[in-house]
Write a protein that binds this ligand. Structure first.
Ligand SMILES: [Zn+2]
Ligand SMILES: [Zn+2]
Length: 240
């Protein structure tokens, strides 16, 4: 054989890699030369099979380290919905940077960069609270008399369709030269931020919709179980 066998301990950690298992003398990555191969677990959660001679030397992670060093940090001052990025906070292996952000309401939160970029986080939670309060108030006023407005909310039909993007709640904003995401409810409009691309704005809108209507319906079902049962029965009749 003649293959040099570097002593690799199972359970030993090299950089982000922890050696989990010896796989035997087998070919590496399509080459026909047999190597002493080990299965390693990266601290990001990924597994990778590597020759013993590479572990902790050419390879210190599953590849996530290189990916992170290529990731351009989000500049301070960048806005995502109501949030303004202040500075990078820490680095989560395999997930990239987390950022300290200030919300328009004054709260400071720590948020993952990838979630900010995808429009999944757009406030400290205050936007959600506001929408929820507004909904609860309206439901309280209306549902005692008649619960028929709830199915309308559930089917998200309350929003008008007068936009330029083809996506409900996403409109072109001349002032900023960006796509504005918003959600309106009973005549009140809530801004969800400005985005360079329609899909990002659409995502922000979808998140707000899920928060608004999802939590609202949960709350409604608990608060007015009788009404809720009636509404569900009626909807089943309409869409069996
Ligand atoms: Zn990794
Ligand atoms: Zn806030």
């Amino acid at each position: 054989m003649g293959t040099k066998h570097r002593k690799i301990e199972i359970g030993q950690t090299y950089g982000r890699l922890t050696v989990r298992e010896y796989l035997g003398l087998i070919p590496y990555n399509g080459t026909n030369r047999n190597r002493h191969m080990y299965r390693c677990e990266c601290s990001c959660g990924n597994f990778i099979d590597l020759p013993g001679t590479y572990i902790g030397k050419a390879w210190k992670s599953c590849g996530c380290l290189q990916k992170e060093s290529r990731e351009k940090p989000i500049p301070a001052g960048t806005r995502f919905g109501r949030l303004t990025v202040i500075e990078p906070h820490d680095l989560i292996p395999g997930r990239g940077y987390r950022y300290k952000c200030q919300c328009d309401c004054g709260n400071i939160i720590i948020s993952r960069g990838d979630m900010l970029r995808r429009g999944e986080v757009q406030s400290c939670g205050c936007l959600h609270d506001e929408l929820f309060r507004e909904n609860s108030k309206i439901a309280y006023k209306n549902s005692f008399v008649d619960g028929t407005n709830v199915p309308r909310i559930a089917s998200t039909q309350t929003v008008q369709r007068n936009n330029t993007s083809g996506v409900t709640g996403v409109t072109w904003h001349k002032g900023t030269g960006k796509w504005r995401a918003s959600i309106s409810f009973k005549g009140k409009s809530y801004s969800l931020g400005y985005y360079t691309e329609i899909p990002l704005a659409a995502k922000a809108r979808k998140t707000a919709e899920d928060e608004l209507f999802g939590d609202f319906l949960k709350w409604y079902a608990e608060e007015y179980p009788e009404n809720w049962k009636r509404i569900q029965k009626r909807q089943q009749k309409k869409h069996p």
